[in-house]
Design a protein around this ligand. Sequence first.
Ligand code: XMP
Length: 520
Amino acid sequence: MIPNNNLNKILIIDFGSQFTQLIARRIRELGVYSEIISHKKLNSNYNRNQVRGLILSGGPLNVYQSKKVKFSKEILKWNVPILGICFGHQVITKELGGKVKKAKHREFGLAKLKRLKKSKLTNNFFNSNGQNNVWMSHADEVTKLAKDFKVIAKTDTSKFSIVENTLKKFYGIQFHPEVTHTEKGKTILKNFISSICRVKINWSPRNQKKMLIQEVKNKVGKSKVICALSGGVDSSVVAKLIHNAIGNQLVCIFVNTGLLRKNEEFQVLRTFKKKFKINLVYVDARKLFLNNLKKVTDPEKKRKIIGSLFIKIFEKYAKKIKNVKFLAQGTLYPDLIESKSVTGSQTSKIKSHHNVGGLPKKMKLKLVEPLRFLFKDEVRKLGLELKLSKEIVYRHPFPGPGLGIRMPGEITEHKIKILKEADNIFINSLKKLNLYDKIWQAYAALLPVKTVGVMGDNRTYEHICLLRAITSEDGMTADFFNFSKEFMQLVSNKIINNINGINRVVYDITSKPPSTIELE
Ligand code: XMP
């Protein structure tokens, strides 16, 4: 988020934890503005006028790696409350004269916390037995308290799980209150920001929208920005946000690959071109995609052909637009967390992220990624604030290669046509029966085998339609949705009665893993 000097804030000092953005997100959920700064970048020039509290994140370092750990001792004199989480707890302890060592018993995963004393930080946090389940992830531990600190809670293997210096309002906790596995973890953060830092509620999707719009304006100036619009929630929110910021300096490119869901292209055109009057280049590339995919059956080949055609088209049309300096992408925080740290701290690299919009590297465009600190549900709230329809905002995810990876075997015009219809029947039935929003992703696919059936005393020999509906948090793991027999019967009947070419409907009952969500 961009610095804003008018809002009271909680400043989060990032020591490279995988969860730093999650801390910021929890603070936003509690209605308070927060900013993240890398421990490497915090120095005496930082304008601390609006800082009402500091949170020190966890991190992969060891407090005695003095060359790597940049700790500005000055913050201890800022006269604001400090909450150190995990590594943050250890680093304050060390700086204030306590000791940290490699733990005899490392704690990873759930641990039972036991209350020893009451504290403002733990109001309403412990159960009636004075206990709580918390989530730990540490190999080092505090072995000697810093001066004037007392112990509030411990676990069986760790003596200093919550500590505080009441007078200075410095707190240290060894567990992670920001993750959902810690029961009532948010209560700790709430107590810290409201009872201890006394920050007033000042944050909402509305001022988030305002700040992001300002950020885009500042970054882009008078240059033009291009954006690959897919109609999915992320690219839609980015397009609308940037349009609000710079109007006609934004040009969106929408490629109709022919592999979209039924009527998707009309919906995108209606929303973005007609309703919002966004500069939109519509490219009808249906024939090109179909021709290039003829007789291709290998899933990876399909993906590569679709991906590279998309880039070629995007580049071709983008080149025609003058003064383009920026490429807008709907990258979200979870896309980044596994590739690199966003603040420049040393989060361990897990994998490189892939993103359709990031592909035209040759074009040497600078990136505008205004959603890079947000999570999906925050993007959805922002979408509603930007007056995008609920239909777009709550749409299930749809893969870049579209229906191309939902029909194993050869892609033909006929198969696309019947698959679009089957998918439309399935999705509309989910919506009618209020099931759509309970499901993370659902779709119909067409299997590359025909089977025998009987309809009106006649033999049929037609395709199998596979239905998939899953529940998930983030698409990394998934379980199949449990439909009632009545619903399955209704959808199966509708598909078979309305679509020539399908005489059998099956439901995919595998989770991920071992299966993936898409078939190819
Ligand atoms: P899998 O099949 O890997 O899918 O379990 C996980 C999620 O990613 C979506 N997906 C894609 N999204 N481009 C995308 O933008 C792709 O190439 C792609 N492949 C899969 C999939 O729909 C699911 O939500």
